[in-house]
Design a protein around this ligand. Sequence first.
Ligand code: 3H9
Length: 709
Amino acid sequence: MTESQVLVSYRVENGIATFTLNNAPVNALSLAVRTQLQENLEQAVNDASVTAIVITSALPMFSAGADISEFSDAPQSPMLPDVLNAIEQAPKPVVAVLPGPAFGGGLELALACHYRISVADNKVGLPEVNLGILPGAGGTQRLPRLASAVTALEMIVTGKPRPVLELKGVFDKLADNQQHLADIVSDYIGTLSASDVRPTCENSLSMDQQTQAVFEQYQTGVEKKMKGFFAPAQCIEAVKAAFTLPFAQGLKREQELFMACMDTPQARAQQHFFFAERAASHVSDFDKTTETRAIKSVAVIGAGTMGGGIAMNFANAGIPVTLVEREQSALDKGLSVIRKNYESSMRKGRISEGDVEQRMAMLSPATDMSAINDADLVIEAVFEKLEVKQAVFEQMDAVCKRGAILATNTSTLDINQIAAVTSRPSDVIGLHFFSPANVMKLLEVVKTSDTSADVIKSCMQMAKRIKKVPVLVGVCFGFVGNRMLEPYAREANRLLLEGATPERIDRVITDFGMPMGPFTMGDMAGLDIGYFVRQSRQQAIAHDPSYAVVSDRLVEQGRVGLKAGKGVYLYEEGSRVPIPDPAVLDIAREEAQRLGIAQREDISDEEILVRCLYTLINEGAQILEEGIADKPSDIDVIYVYGYGFPVYRGGPMHYADEIGPATLLERLEHYQKACGEYGSMWLTASDLVKKLAAENKTFGAYQKEQSHA
Ligand code: 3H9
């Protein structure tokens, strides 16, 4: 921004001073905006001809709050809380006029004004908790004074936006549309005078028994549902201060709690993740000038679990889908599973009965491939075997119209080899949905060496239409997510052989914040899946006889996981609760003996964490070196959305930055040495990890450097 850039314009008309925010794209309250707001306020207060002040926006959004990109720098005056307090203390009525959403500091700005007017079809929120912090510009003190304790807690602790229609105590007037908003402003504000000044801070609150019970309920909820997160409990504390302290002291308490949150690895992680998610759509393969292909109709080949789930995404977005299966019975089964899923969502109140029928009506079942000839995008979701998929692609190539995008949902196979059987490899791409495909937000968009830029761009945009988070990756075995999972699972299995129990390994990983440990995850996915992959990749992994050997033995005994009632753990009928089984330890002991591996009692939690997780990070670094992922933050997005990596750790690559590159390398090398021959085979640090450690550079710094290269 240049010195002279006007980000908050000032205009006086008929005694009304209007400050108009215009800091595209979202009116972030940057230093320059805060400075100009403050200057405008002084000018309006000192101008005797001004009787009232309006704060509004030239953009569709009122304001998305504090400028998050400034959080990593030292704070600079004027600070937002001071600017907002000055607004509240103004001797002339100040009215916030919202043509669109207000979030975080943006809503706090509106709350500091004496009146609020909005279009009725609008949403506002205090989503700071998602950034590992709390509203730190008076939101925790002013919102409860305007709404109830329940509303304030709900909005601040969950961070979820609320329609203004549900916040009648907060908004003084709601307009039907933008024109009506303008009319209200001109009719209403002219009637205000100095006697209408109405600072929210003067509303007094007290803690009665009922309110106390609400706080207790939220405290229990946070402990249960937001385990591991630091900020939610601080949010509750801050709101509590509104009920137990006078306003000025409440603000002070809010500040202390805000600073306590800000200065944590969690806040850094969650703020990193905010930008990581957005950066994932900034890819160098295309630019603004790249044309996109219209995707108005879709076909999905295969109505199994994956195909059905994929089809649901499009039906949900109102995009017609042709669902193809060879056999009518398989097609009927697929459709009935989809209907059951929708009906279950209806019972949970997520969608209406009308929605169920509307979405089912978007699906056209077919048993003949000719039904896909006019589809703009065709997604193959058949059995995970190269020859099978190649055969389907040959058929797709024969029947699909020119210009159609041909996608495969493979999770491991070489898409270059799939594309090679078609006459149009530049139209072929991977769309790797994660199971359950109708629920999981991640979509790995896999480009081959031939995929054209417009196909990539079209798929990245299409993903957003179906509410997925797309990350562009390249072709290799398992792409990014599953490839990184391989060392993680390998080390877990090896540690089991070396004497650590599955439940201990799982516990270390869940204590770290993953939703489940590697063995519980393996049982849920089905141990036979990994077994099948290992069988088909024996060439690549046969040089280590200890590789997943216990898992192999279990599968050979029919212990394929949850679906069989037994895998690494035992499961009671109808239950998903894993029960440790000493028989598995016997197998591990026998196999260790057979392979000459000494079982140890001295395996520490730290060793488990390093060998499972640091090796996963190391693989991520290898992936970056090979150019399979574009940037470290993309890997973080994949892990948070695809594998439940705790967002408060920012993703594996950001977590590595918190540990520091030197520690990452030192720990890897320590266990590489400690594990002897096995360590040399599997635990060698990648060149990138070595380079970053030598230069004491984080993955974040590396990413910045790469983007400027
Ligand atoms: C806060 O207010 C603290 C205070 O309580 C106390 C302070 C003392 N700052 O998401 P989009 C960028 S904390 C900086 O793609 P959409 C974003 O990175 C703040 N930049 O658009 C992107 O850049 P790029 C509390 C921001 O339409 C571009 O704007 N507020 C900010 O899908 C477009 O964003 C929040 O947590 C920001 N605050 O969604 C709200 N917001 O194009 C955070 C956005 O280079 N923001 N950018 O990738 C959002 O949730 C969504 O951006 C929003 C728009 C819903 C507003």
